[in-house]
Design a binder for this molecule. Structure first.
Ligand code: PLP
Length: 394
């Protein structure tokens, strides 16, 4: 059975070019970049080249790039750094739809006595700018707003929000883990102070991340140890993975156009085809302010998990907007924050494409999805052929 992988917001295939470039750093080029000898020096030069490649993708200066272990560490570093650099300030602003890397950290901060404002989103998953400026006070240490939502792909106007934060003297961080490599980013022309990204979302391996820290931003390290990364992140550098993320960023820069034209076209073909062929299907999130690769669609009156299993039987890998915890299917916090009705949130599927997807794969999904939904609706207690039997499911 052929695997059709449309779950690229979960993780991506490591690009063969990335594997090839990393390979010598597991074998012959194993030096420590901090060592004084030529062997370490050689490796250090390549680490700095990788830093330049990462910086190049997001319009940053190489000195503003710090390597971390993952997107989660980068998010934690940014928020904790802002709090530590502003010890008198006890207020954090974020949104209701952040990834757990931010959401659960601010939950922890709340329990520690910090005041946290989680900005609401509307039915399309969009934020209100008025709300952002209204909520910042003299006590605000950081505003942290994701660039692109991992479930719906909805984009937030982070550059605009950064301007507002800046005008109020507040640090602005964005979790751009899903945005980097999918949309053009030029930090040189923005007021964003800190940005997180993660290797495994852009065809580098899992376990490597980056935090961008704008020159002049007050910064406090999260992992305290050796002098690596100019004392901003302790721990011997994960050299092969740093080389890998450098190569992946270079490839991503070259693939941005493919992502925005061909991949967007495949996503639209898939989405429009499913909406046309399957009644009672709804796109979650604004269809314009959105990543080019992501489509979250709710198929009313069926369970997302059941759809996923049936897709999996056909070799198709996607994901759902509900999580099976302790036997009950709970719609995700993102769909709940958007006010997606329960009957729809339950049957939501996220398709997330990459440059590796083909037209044939999309045609295959379009062929197998309608009978899957029909079959599942046939056994749904809420579905009556074309209309819902009851809308009281809660
Ligand atoms: N932020 C967002 C928006 C994500 O989608 C993810 C991963 O799914 C993360 C942060 C965490 O990144 P990592 O898996 O590298 O820790």
């Amino acid at each position: 059975m052929k695997t059709i992988y449309v779950d690229n917001n979960a993780t991506t295939r490591v690009a063969p070019e990335v594997v090839e470039e990393m390979s010598p750093y597991f074998s012959e080029l194993y030096g420590n970049p901090s060592s004084m000898h030529f062997f370490g020096g050689q490796v250090n030069t390549r680490v700095e080249e990788a830093r330049e490649r990462v910086a190049g993708l997001i319009g940053a200066r190489p000195q503003e790039i710090i390597f971390t272990s993952c997107g989660t560490e980068s998010d934690n570093t940014a928020i904790m750094s802002a709090l530590e650099s502003n010890p008198g300030k006890r207020h954090v602003v974020t949104t209701r739809v952040e990834h757990p890397a931010v959401k659960n950290l601010v939950g922890h901060l709340k329990r520690e006595g910090y005041r946290v404002t989680e900005l609401p989103v509307d039915r399309d998953g969009l934020l209100s700018m008025d709300e952002v400026s209204r909520i910042i006070t003299d006590d605000t240490a950081i505003v942290s707003v994701m660039w692109a939502n991992n479930e719906t792909g909805v984009l937030f106007p982070v550059e605009e929000i950064a301007n507002v934060a800046k005008s109020r003297g507040v640090i602005f961080h964005t979790d751009a883990v899903q945005a980097v490599g999918k949309i053009p980013i030029n930090l040189a022309e923005s007021q964003i102070d800190m940005l997180s990204l993660s290797g495994h979302k852009l065809h580098a391996p899992k376990g490597i991340g980056v935090i961008y820290v704008r020159r002049g931003t007050r910064f406090s390290p999260y992992i305290i140890g050796g002098h690596q990364e100019e004392g901003r992140r302790g721990g011997t550098e994960n050299v092969p993975y740093i080389i890998g993320i450098g190569k992946a960023c270079e490839l991503a820069a070259n693939h941005l156009e493919d992502m925005n034209v061909r991949v967007r076209g495949l996503r639209d073909k898939l989405e429009n085809g499913l909406l046309e062929k399957i009644p009672n299907s709804i796109v979650n999130g604004d269809r314009d302010q959105r990543l080019p690769n992501t489509s979250s669609i709710s198929f009313e009156y069926v369970e997302g998990e059941s759809i996923l299993l049936k897709l999996s039987d056909q070799g198709i890998c996607a994901s759902s907007g509900s999580a099976c915890t302790s036997g009950s299917l709970e719609p995700s916090h993102v769909l709940r924050a958007m006010g997606v009705p329960f009957t729809a949130a339950h049957g939501s599927i996220r398709f997330s494409l990459s440059s590796y997807n083909t037209e044939e794969e999309i045609d295959f999904i379009l062929k197998v999805m309608p009978p899957i939904i029909e079959e599942l609706r046939a056994i749904s207690p809420f579905w009556d052929g074309s209309v819902a039997r009851s809308s009281t499911a809660s």
